[in-house]
Ligand binder design. Structure first.
Ligand SMILES: Cc1cc2nc3c(=O)[nH]c(=O)nc-3n(C[C@H](O)[C@H](O)[C@H](O)COP(=O)(O)OP(=O)(O)OC[C@H]3O[C@@H](n4cnc5c(N)ncnc54)[C@H](O)[C@@H]3O)c2cc1C
Length: 158
């Protein structure tokens, strides 16, 4: 690989050389084996099969899911998990008092991106991929504040 182009091996062993100026490599991901083995709870890929809004299992009305293991089409981020936790808390409470779950997860996720050694942006979006900015400034612009927000949470990952 040089700094202008990369060689990628695709499924079926094809190789392609692509030019790039920003390269984001995503390794293969999968749910944990203990969940994959619960065939009555998961979809074909082994992710927990839940209603995309209530996060309740489609098979068992007293099972709820949260996090990266869900078969929901949101970005798998800790920001999404934080949002889901409030939905699951409300819906668990409803079910425990004999009511239907009414709280709805909208697919919120957030992706912090460093854009230089002193700036960053925080992309926030919903299931439909529409931007969903929650800060009181234009999040398309690069800010030092966002840079410090991002690096202050990096110790969780690196
Ligand atoms: C490098 C990196 C950078 C990231 N940066 C960001 C970021 O900047 N912002 C952001 O919002 N998100 C970020 N994420 C995503 C975020 O980390 C995940 O979305 C989040 O951790 C998912 O939480 P979770 O609880 O669903 O799963 P996990 O955090 O994966 O927790 C699952 C836990 O279950 C445990 N476990 C597995 N099998 C078993 C078993 N059989 N018995 C008991 N325990 C078991 C695992 O050990 C693990 O501790 C990043 C992820 C990575 C890898």
């Amino acid at each position: 690989m040089d700094h202008k182009k990369t060689r990628l091996r695709l499924p079926l062993c094809q190789e392609v050389v692509l030019p790039f100026n920003l390269l984001h490599v995503t390794p293969p991901m999968s749910p944990p084996p203990c969940l994959r083995r619960c065939s009555e709870l998961v979809n074909e890929e082994g992710y927990l099969d839940v209603d995309h809004q209530t996060l309740r299992s489609r098979q068992y009305c007293n099972v709820f899911g949260i996090g990266d293991c869900l078969a929901t089409p949101n970005s798998k981020t800790a920001a999404a998990v934080a949002h889901q936790s409030s939905i699951v808390e409300q819906n668990l409470y409803s079910v425990m008092v004999g009511e239907e779950p009414t709280a709805k997860y909208n697919g919120y996720g957030a992706c912090p991106i460093l854009t230089s050694y002193k700036t960053g942006i925080l992309a926030e979006f919903l299931y439909n991929k529409c931007p969903h900015e929650t800060f009181p400034f234009d999040q398309v612009r690069h800010y030092a504040t966002t840079f410090y927000l991002i690096i202050s949470t990096r110790h969780n990952y690196f």
